[in-house]
Design a protein around this ligand. Structure first.
Ligand code: HEM
Length: 367
C-alpha cells in the first residue's frame, strides 16, 4: 500500500501552485475541445451515422470497437466515441492545473470540476441517445449539455485571462515605479494582483439590463433551435423518431428570441459608446454582434435552401460561438469575480493585495 501512496504524493507535490501561461493554454484547449466535440457530434448526425454503433457502451453486442463490415457510419460514430477520451484528457489537465489552487481560487477549481464531471455524464447521455434510437429530446439534451460545458469553459478561460492580465499590468506599472525607486516594484508580475473586478468598466441601467437579456435570449434561441432540428430531416438515422410539430411554425418560434437577442445586442452596442466602457466590454459586444449576424445569415440561408448539411454544421458552430460571446458579454458587464492573484495557498510568497476600483475585497468568494 505504501508504494502507490508515495506515487500519489509525488504526483500531488508536482502539480502547479500558481496560474501561469500554461494554465491559460490548457483553458483554451478545454474550450476549443468542448466546441470541437459539438461539431464532431454534428457530423455523426449529419452523415446519418447516429446508429453506426448500434449499442452502448459496446459498439455491437460482440465488439467494443467498430468493425470493417460496419462501414463508414460505424467508423464515424466510433471515431466520435474515441474523441471523448481526448476530451477527458484535456479536461483532467485543467482540473489538475487548478487542484492546488482549490482554496485560493475556489470558483475556478469548481468550474474545472464541473467540466471534468460533465464529460462522463455526456458519455452516458450519448449512450441513452443510442438506446432510445436517437430520440430528438435526448439528442437535444446532449447538445444543450455540451453548450453548457462551453459556457463554463468560457467563464473559466475569462477568469484565468483576467488574473494574468491584472498581473501583467501590475508588473508594467511596478517596473515604471521601480525607476522611481518604489518598493512595490518586484514580484507584481509573478504574484499577481488580488481585488481586480472582472466587470470593472462603466455600466449603466441599460447595459446592466441588456447583458442578462442577451444571455437568456441566447439560451432560449439555442433550446428552440434544437426543437427545430428535432422536427427537421437530419435525424442521425433514417429510422429514428421525429417531433410532430409543424416545421414552419417551430422555425418561426425559434426566430422570436433571436430578434430579442438582436435588439438587446444593438442597444448594448449603441449605449456603450455613451458611457466610458472598458476595451474588453467593447470587444465582447462587437464579437457578439458579428456572431449574431453570421448565425442569422446562415440560419436563413439554410432554411430557404433545404437544410444542406454543411450549413447546418456551420449553424451548430455558430451556436457554440454565440454561447461563448454572450457569456463574455455577461462576464464583462455583470460578473462579480475579483482576482485573487496568481499563487495559491501553497505558493511560496503571498499575493500582492490591492483594492479594486469598485472597492471589492480580495477575499470575496464571488463567481
Ligand atoms: C442567431 C441566433 C441563432 C441561434 C443561437 C440558433 C441556434 C440553433 C441551434 C442550437 C440549432 C440546433 C442545432 C442542432 O442541434 O443541430 C438550430 C437549428 C436551426 N436553426 Fe437556428 N439559431 C439562430 C438563428 C437562426 C435563424 C435566424 C434562422 C432562420 C430561419 C434559423 C434556422 C434554423 C433551422 C432551420 C434549424 C434546424 C436545422 C436542422 O434541421 O438541422 N436559426 N439553431
Amino acid at each position: 500500500m505504501k508504494f502507490p501512496m508515495n506515487v500519489l504524493e509525488v504526483f500531488r507535490t508536482n502539480l502547479p501552485t500558481r496560474i501561469t501561461r500554461v494554465t491559460k493554454v490548457i483553458a483554451w484547449a478545454t474550450l476549443v475541445s468542448n466546441i470541437a466535440i459539438i461539431l464532431t457530434g454534428g457530423a455523426v448526425r449529419l452523415t446519418a451515422s447516429g446508429l453506426g454503433c448500434p449499442e452502448w457502451p459496446r459498439c455491437t453486442p460482440d465488439s467494443w470497437v467498430a468493425t470493417q463490415e460496419m462501414g463508414l457510419h460505424g467508423a464515424i460514430e466510433f471515431g466520435n466515441r474515441l474523441l471523448t477520451y481526448v476530451l477527458v484528457l484535456i479536461c483532467a489537465l485543467m482540473f489538475f492545473a487548478l487542484l492546488r489552487l482549490r482554496r485560493s481560487h475556489r470558483s475556478l477549481f469548481r468550474m474545472s470540476l464541473i467540466i471534468l464531471a460533465g464529460i462522463p455524464l455526456q458519455a452516458v447521455i450519448g449512450g441513452i441517445t443510442v438506446w432510445t434510437n436517437l430520440n430528438p429530446w435526448i439528442v437535444a439534451l446532449h447538445f444543450l449539455l455540451s453548450a453548457a460545458l462551453v459556457m463554463v469553459s468560457t467563464m473559466l478561460l475569462n477568469r484565468i485571462r483576467l488574473e494574468l492580465r491584472a498581473a501583467r499590468e501590475a508588473g508594467q506599472e511596478s517596473r515604471h515605479d521601480s525607476r522611481q525607486d518604489s518598493p512595490a516594484a518586484p514580484g507584481a508580475q509573478l504574484q499577481g494582483v488580488a481585488g481586480v473586478r472582472m466587470s470593472h468598466g462603466a455600466s449603466d441601467a441599460v447595459t446592466s439590463a441588456m447583458a442578462p437579456v442577451i444571455l437568456v435570449a441566447t439560451w432560449v434561441s439555442v433550446f428552440l433551435g434544437t426543437v427545430v432540428t428535432g422536427t427537421g430531416p437530419h435525424a442521425g438515422d433514417p429510422g429514428s423518431p421525429r417531433h410532430l410539430f409543424d416545421p414552419d411554425l417551430v422555425t418561426r418560434m425559434h426566430v422570436v428570441p433571436v430578434y430579442v437577442l438582436c435588439f438587446a445586442a444593438i442597444a448594448l452596442l449603441v449605449r456603450q459608446y455613451r458611457i466610458s466602457t472598458a476595451p474588453n466590454q467593447r470587444r465582447s459586444a462587437w464579437s457578439l454582434m458579428i456572431v449574431i449576424i453570421a448565425q442569422g445569415v446562415i440560419g436563413y440561408v439554410q432554411h430557404f435552401t433545404g437544410l444542406p448539411v454543411i450549413l447546418v454544421g456551420l449553424h451548430m458552430l455558430g451556436s457554440a460561438l454565440l454561447v461563448v460571446t454572450a457569456t463574455a458579454v455577461f462576464d464583462s458587464y455583470r460578473a462579480r469575480y475579483v482576482t485573487r492573484g496568481l499563487g495559491g495557498d501553497e505558493a511560496v510568497a503571498p499575493a500582492l493585495s490591492t483594492q479594486s476600483a469598485s472597492g471589492q475585497s480580495a477575499s470575496t468568494q464571488a463567481s
